[in-house]
Design a protein around this ligand. Structure first.
Ligand code: NOJ
Ligand code: NOJ
Length: 589
């Protein structure tokens, strides 16, 4: 059996490439050959879609990744923060594993992202929400067309990709580049994540407005690895350390008891949406930590929750696509985004089918590291599909049941690759989707993200993993969440207002907490310390951390008439840290 003790004694940023696992039972040579050929096509497919010299992205400048060369039906000839980050995460892993030819491109990606971060766009200015804009023009200008915005996963995913690179640089005499060139990008992305994680936005599929499990689990990972990176570089990361456990706390609420409900707090009219969605499998593989145990709280690939979810999500596609007809339980099916999807008629996607395989390869890596597989009541149905007579229990490596589990799960994972192989055209081009009835490629051609998924899935099959992101020391949610949609700072307002004994003073302004400018709904301040020499009115108010707002004070006469402060509105931004405090001293104007 494969042992990976070496992995955990090496520096964090060192990525290991080991290919010592015995071949799976399911026609290994056929799958192996496909992986080699399609792996080559995929890396070339990615390079063709990026500047400065990509054959299919002729006008893309250096570092820019085009989502697909398709310029109509659909028009994906743009650059998405998410697609680019996930693609570069795969390339950075490959670079660290030895493909040094990629470093120039990685540095170009870094510069391109620094540039794009500086663009004002329909989601905001660079320091007021603009980092959440999902899509930019290929020539690095703002995309002004109507779009589902903001999408808050982009900054977090970019942090992950760039942190892996920055840690590698620090380990290889590149401290200066990490600090001067990469940290400034990560710092802005983390400030965005700290400030906005608890606000709703559009999900990764650009359809559902609400709280997205994918976005939040990516945010948790980014905050954890960002905190560690900041410490390595002796830089502050305001709010990162306190927000991370709050995000972890919040993501627990997406667990239904049997699967992950991927979007909550939504404004969705579609009651038929179950929330079973392959984006939860993408979350599991994106937050996979090779040093983690099968933690339920972080939905690690081998956790009982993630395995139960894998079954729930993959089963949800069994009866909806005719190309899945007649496929038995325990055999792979074509996997789409979610079963109720209507985009291009609702079809399987290459990247989600590959993700179903990747989660299983990740789980195998984790079990091998722990030398055991634990089957719980929750994961039992998943395992029963593969091994009908298996019971709950702990199976140590070396036992025959352990061997049977690993072999059955590898065969099952390979079966998802075989599904992709079956519906990949002879030239190896991976589009976005394949037809639910015929299996023919559909929607955007040469989707960069499809190719990147092929690379990461085949890396995991070959036991190649990235560095730990710190899951083992940040996987315990606090016992009480500060509130699903609230992370607040307690602000003390001290204002000096000379008025008379029976009058009152309130504060009112731009936030719900201070009445949304409705004079009647403001917060009444305390006058009990008022003296003629120190006419103090004060109050402690919990306000959303890191959110700038405007306000004013109002005097109330004893007969109920109001007097607003003169002049322009006051402005204040509470500190970013959840649970922090601040003091504001004002003088009535
Ligand atoms: C709706 C799709 O479902 C979404 O994923 C896509 O990004 C947009 N249309 C634009 O193509
Ligand atoms: C539509 C997908 O739903 C979205 O996740 C992706 O970022 C864009 N297409 C671009 O590939």
């Amino acid at each position: 059996m494969f042992h990976s003790t070496l992995l955990y004694t090496l520096p964090v940023a060192l990525l290991l490439a080991r290919t010592v696992f015995s071949s799976p039972a399911n026609e290994p040579s056929v799958i192996d050959e496909f992986i080699t050929t399609q792996g080559n096509i995929s890396i070339h497919g990615i390079i063709a879609n990026m500047g400065p010299d990509g054959a299919k992205a002729p006008d893309a400048p250096a570092g820019i990744v085009v989502a697909s060369p398709s310029r109509s039906d659909p028009d994906y000839y743009s650059t998405w923060t998410r697609d680019s980050a996930l693609t570069y995460k795969a390339l950075i892993e490959r670079f660290i594993a030895g493909d040094t030819s990629l470093q120039t491109r990685i540095n170009e990606y870094v510069s391109s992202q620094a540039y794009i971060q500086g663009l004002s766009n329909p989601s905001g200015d660079p320091d007021s929400g603009g980092l959440g804009d999902p899509r930019f023009n290929v020539d690095r200008t703002t995309f002004t067309g109507g779009w589902a915005r903001p999408q808050r996963d982009g900054p977090a995913l970019r942090t992950t990709a760039l942190s892996i690179y920055a840690n590698w640089l620090i380990d290889h005499d590149g401290q200066t580049q990490a600090l001067d060139t990469i940290w400034p990008i990560i710092e802005k992305d983390l400030a965005y994540t700290v400030r906005y994680w608890n606000q709703t936005g559009f999900d990764l599929w650009e359809e559902t407005y609400g709280s997205s499990f994918f976005t939040l689990s990516a945010s948790h990972r980014a905050l954890v690895e960002g905190t560690t990176l900041a410490k390595r570089l002796s830089q502050p990361c305001p709010g990162c350390e306190s927000a991370a456990p709050q995000v972890l706390c919040f993501i627990q609420s997406f667990w239904t008891g049997s699967y992950i409900d991927t979007n909550i707090n939504t404004n969705e009219a579609n009651e038929a949406h179950t929330g079973k969605d392959a984006s939860s499998i993408l979350s599991s593989i994106h937050t996979f930590d090779p040093a983690a145990k099968c933690t339920d709280a972080t939905f690690q690939p081998c956790s009982s929750r993630a395995l139960a979810n894998h079954k729930a999500v993959t089963d949800s596609f069994r009866s909806v696509y005719s190309i899945n007809n007649g496929i038995d339980q325990g055999r792979a099916v074509a996997v789409g985004r979610y079963s109720e999807d209507l985009y291009y008629g609702g079809n399987p996607w290459y990247l989600t089918t590959l993700a179903a395989a990747e989660q299983l390869y990740d789980a195998i890596i984790q079990w091998s590291h722990q030398d055991s597989v634990i089957v719980t009541d929750l994961s039992l149905p998943f395992f029963r599909d593969l091994l009908p007579s298996i019971a709950t229990g702990t199976y140590e490596s070396g036992s025959s049941t352990y061997g049977s589990i690993i072999s059955a799960v590898s065969t099952y994972a390979d079966d998802f690759i075989a599904m992709v192989q079956k519906y990949t055209p002879p030239n190896g081009g991976l589009a976005e989707q394949y037809d639910r009835n015929t299996g023919s490629p559909l929607s955007a051609v040469d989707l960069t993200w499809s190719y990147a998924s092929f690379l990461t899935t085949s890396h995991r099959r070959a036991r190649k993993v990235g560095p730990t992101w710190g899951e083992p020391t940040s996987n315990t949610p606090p016992t009480t969440c500060l509130g699903a949609l609230a992370c607040s700072a307690r602000i003390t307002f001290n204002t000096h207002v000379t008025n008379s004994f029976h009058e009152n003073v309130t504060i009112v302004g731009q936030l719900d907490q201070i009445g949304n400018w409705g004079p009647e709904n403001g917060i009444r301040l305390d006058g009990s310390k008022y003296t003629s020499s120190d006419p103090l009115w004060y109050g402690d108010i919990d306000l959303p951390a890191g959110t700038p707002f405007e306000y004013k004070y109002i005097k109330w006469t004893s007969s109920g008439e109001i007097v607003w402060e003169s002049g322009s509105n006051r402005k204040y931004t509470p500190p970013l840290e959840c649970g922090s405090s601040g003091i504001v001293n004002d003088l009535w104007t």
